[in-house]
Design a protein around this ligand. Structure first.
Ligand code: ZN
Length: 263
């Protein structure tokens, strides 16, 4: 197979890059000038579905991923290290300017500073965070929808978010990664996963290995700060009506801080 990617352009760009004899990689760039992309590594057997998607533009890659084909993606290709910093919230003035006057600011004040009403008449915010048992969110009553997923990874679950936008009129999202997230070291835990699933889940070794091989690439996070920042930006581009705040929860002291990209 050739090494050179095939490119097409309409809005954004998709590169098809052959990988060995059995897979190919689909790289999706939001705009022509983007250097970052989401990629899906697909078996050659999926080529027909990809072609239909490309021609009709009516089938998302997520739908293909849910179609029962063996996939190992999507993954993010990381750009060179960005200048990113964490900004705590110890007083109201610490809140990042774009969040002021929004439900994001309301929640940061409530969680970190203990300020604000304890209940609301209608929901204002969607909070997406990890399922980790150490995360204890302080949220006023009836204030927020909360989605808890391993690694706060909403890929393949964007429909949940779409429902909240469409049915509840939510326009603000907090994407909350956390310190010491197990998904950051998932690839090092392959043997533990396989033996644990055999012992606790009653699975065969080969079935447990297959499960890890299929799902670990989707859930592993190279770096939680970069991942949360990138996913927040991705969601804002996918849903242009949204303001998405990338945050980090510190499991040691229970505080939230903001991920800020340096200009
Ligand atoms: Zn976690």
């Amino acid at each position: 197979m050739g090494e050179k990617p095939v490119s097409e352009s309409r809005s954004g760009r998709v590169d098809i890059v052959p990988q060995g004899g059995f897979h190919f990689e689909v790289r999706f760039f939001e705009s022509e000038s983007d250097r970052r992309y989401r990629s899906w590594s697909l078996p050659l057997a999926a080529a027909g579905a990809i072609t239909r998607w490309w021609l009709k533009r009516s089938l998302s890659l997520g739908e293909i991923a849910g179609g029962g084909e063996e996939l190992s993606g999507p993954e993010i290709e990381w750009e060179e290290a960005q200048s990113v910093s964490l900004r705590g919230v110890e007083r109201e003035a610490d809140i990042f300017e774009p969040y002021r006057g929004t439900p994001i600011s309301t929640w940061l004040r409530y969680h970190n500073l203990g300020e604000g009403p304890h209940s609301y008449d209608s929901p204002q915010l969607l909070i997406v965070t990890c399922m980790d048992y150490r995360i204890e969110l302080h949220v006023p009553k009836r204030f927020a929808y909360i989605l808890r997923l391993a690694g706060a990874n909403i890929r393949h679950r964007e429909f949940d978010l779409a429902c909240v936008l469409a049915f509840a009129g939510i326009r603000h999202v907090c994407l909350v990664g956390h310190t010491d997230c197990a998904m950051e070291s998932l690839n090092e835990k392959r043997e533990d996963f396989i033996s644990g699933l055999q012992k606790m889940g009653g699975w065969s070794k080969s079935r447990a290995e297959l499960e890890f091989g299929v799902f670990a690439p989707r859930l592993a996070i190279p770096n939680v700060v970069d991942f949360t920042l990138f996913e927040a930006a991705w969601l804002e581009r996918r849903f242009p009506g949204l303001l998405v705040a990338p945050l980090i929860y510190d499991v040691k002291d229970g505080s939230l801080c903001q991920i800020v990209r340096q200009p």
